[in-house]
Design a protein around this ligand. Structure first.
Ligand code: ADP
Ligand code: MG
Length: 548
């Protein structure tokens, strides 16, 4: 007996069903609705957002903003699928400034709830309302400039999904988490939050350090603020600022960790690693640091994976971002705010909190302080120079050049002995070669290998670097060094060539053994004339003026 299979004809999904399916992807629970509504308000440049929740958001989510509003004639579009005001060409996708752009959040949310949207574009225009009762016909209503979206009875028409909702308390916790994350990203926006008619948060907009600290205190607790360091570092177009817990304050969970890139919430493995790396010497295993950190970086230096539920990023220079983050955090964790090392280093410049303004009087003050610098033997000025004392003289050492000298010396010795030590890269580096370098690559591969680089060609013009010479551990741009080596005409490497490869490359100061450099240089000033010179008081004054 054969089963009779009824063939079903192929049909287009009804728009309602398509929306409900899409809703399944974007909207998991009340907090996901809340997140979308807040993001819409922020995209509309709201400066104040009022949130009113009932029963953990299951019964009601109402978000009111004072943003740009939606014109009456566009209200029906706002709630339909693939309707957005944020994207008109595929080009726009690459330069997105807004949080939403796919034009399906509202449509999805509305397909699984009872909803109403009231909006007004300015005081002189009549506000308009549209709701699930009559989803195509806007009505005149009252509303100040801005928009209110009210979502009730989430998943009332998709019982299978409603079943997955947890207790009211749990759903509220998720909503509250969304609110905290946004509020710590957007200090410039006021947030007022009620749950079951009870005021939960009152967060006025803030502009200055005091205000921001107040908001962090409100959201992360007094103890966190008391036991954290405010940091602000910048380096090569990147800036990291925020609050990080001192080693004395740690947590069992990762619940107090907020990280943003250009104001977006980001969860990323490399970032987590960089932060953990910075704390590894100071926190007992199993304990978690707490932090609120903002990374600012030019948008064209990383890609945000635009999938709505993932918050992943891809950086152009992963290693550089990783090192910048861990180095900045380490520096803050290992030095109190009053040490001279924190004063003004050009390569890793604490921008506000530890900033030391140098004016005319400052020159005097600093010149007065340099005595203690010479005693310390290891303090770094402008991220590049160290003073040290040799008998009755003061020497100024240019670390950049000194490092290049010492490193090239060591490297060359290892090369002569055919024993160059290698280090694996934490994250293998992939990079492209231009046509000329591709040709050079074959000829140079054995030299590269002898020098400790493990580079393999993986496509016609792309290589991956897995091991690097251990002597280069203090250098940030191993990739540049390898490329410069490829571009060299010479087929073997003398010490001079190695030196010239290194001399202008930036250093990771945490990995520079300053004491060793100071000692070597002091012993052989004559040999290292170009990186070590005697200084006078006038020189110092000049130096400070130059860097002011
Ligand atoms: P998206 O945000 O991806 O564009 P949505 O479905 O979230 O898609 O919103 C659709 C459109 O409705 C938005 O592009 C915007 O023009 C408008 N809109 C939604 N919420 C608001 C709001 N709070 N204020 C102003 N306009 C809004
Ligand atoms: Mg949106």
């Amino acid at each position: 007996m054969s089963a009779v299979i009824m063939r079903q004809p192929i049909k287009l999904l009804s728009p309602q069903l398509a929306d409900q399916i899409a809703a399944g992807e974007v909207i998991e629970r009340p907090s996901s609705v809340l997140k979308e509504l807040i993001e819409n308000a922020l995209d509309a440049h709201a400066t104040r957002i009022d949130i009113d929740l009932a029963a953990g958001g299951i019964e009601r989510i109402r978000v009111t903003d004072n943003g740009e509003g939606i014109i009456a004639s566009e209200l029906p579009l706002a709630v339909s699928r693939h309707a957005t005001s944020k994207l008109t060409s595929i080009q726009d996708l690459l330069q997105l400034q807004t949080l939403g752009f796919r034009g399906e959040a509202l449509a999805s949310i509305c397909s699984v709830s009872q909803w109403q949207v009231i909006s007004c574009i300015d005081i002189e225009t009549q506000a308009c309302k549209l709701s699930s009762v009559n989803p195509t016909q806007p009505h005149a209503d009252h509303h100040p400039r801005g928009t209110t979206v009210q979502i009730e009875k989430l998943f009332h028409n998709t019982p299978a999904r409603r079943k997955f909702l947890r207790a009211e308390r749990t759903e509220f916790r998720h909503c509250d988490d969304v609110i905290r994350r946004v509020a710590l990203a957007r200090f410039d926006v006021a947030f007022y939050v009620k749950h079951n008619a009870r005021q939960i948060h009152r967060l006025p907009a803030v502009k200055d350090d005091i205000g921001r600290t107040r908001r962090v205190t409100q959201l992360c607790g007094e103890q966190f603020i008391r036991e954290s360091l405010a940091i602000d570092y910048a380096h090569e177009g990147m800036r990291v600022w925020g609050w990080i817990s001192t080693p004395d304050y740690s947590r069992q969970q990762t619940d107090l960790q907020y990280f943003y890139i250009n104001g977006r919430v980001i969860r990323d493995r490399m970032i987590n690693h960089a932060i953990r790396f910075a704390y590894q010497d100071v926190l007992p295993t199993g304990r978690q640091p707490a932090y609120v950190l903002h990374l600012e970086i030019e948008p064209d230096r990383f890609d945000v994976n635009v999938h709505p539920t993932k918050q992943e990023v891809r950086f152009r220079e992963t290693r550089m971002v990783h090192d910048f983050l861990s180095r900045s955090l380490r520096q803050a964790l290992h030095s109190g705010p009053n040490r001279l090392t924190n004063v003004a280093t050009a390569t890793n410049h604490p921008v506000s909190h530890y900033r030391y303004e140098i004016d005319q009087d400052g020159v005097q003050e600093m010149a007065g302080e340099y005595k203690s610098v010479t005693e310390a033997h290891s303090d770094l000025l402008f991220g590049r120079y160290i003073f040290c004392q040799q008998h009755d003289k003061v020497l100024l050492i240019d670390l950049q050049i000194a490092c290049a000298h010492l490193t090239s010396e060591r490297w060359y010795q290892q090369l002569l002995a055919d024993a160059v030590k290698q280090h694996p890269l934490l994250i293998p580096l992939r990079f492209k070669l231009d046509a000329k370098l591709c040709v050079q690559f074959e000829e140079k591969q054995s030299l590269l290998a002898k020098l400790g680089f493990d580079v393999t060609l993986i496509t016609v013009d792309e290589v991956v670097l897995r091991f690097m010479p251990a002597v280069l551990s203090a250098y940030q741009s191993v990739q540049d060094i390898a490329l410069a080596l490829l571009a060299q005409d010479a087929h073997d490497a003398g010490q001079e060539i190695l030196f010239s490869l290194l001399v202008d490359k930036s250093l990771n100061m945490n990995k520079v053994d300053i004491n060793q450099i100071t000692q070597t240089m002091q012993m052989q000033v004559q040999t290292y004339q170009d990186c070590c010179r005697e200084v006078t008081e006038t020189d110092i004054a000049h130096l400070f003026r130059e860097f002011r």
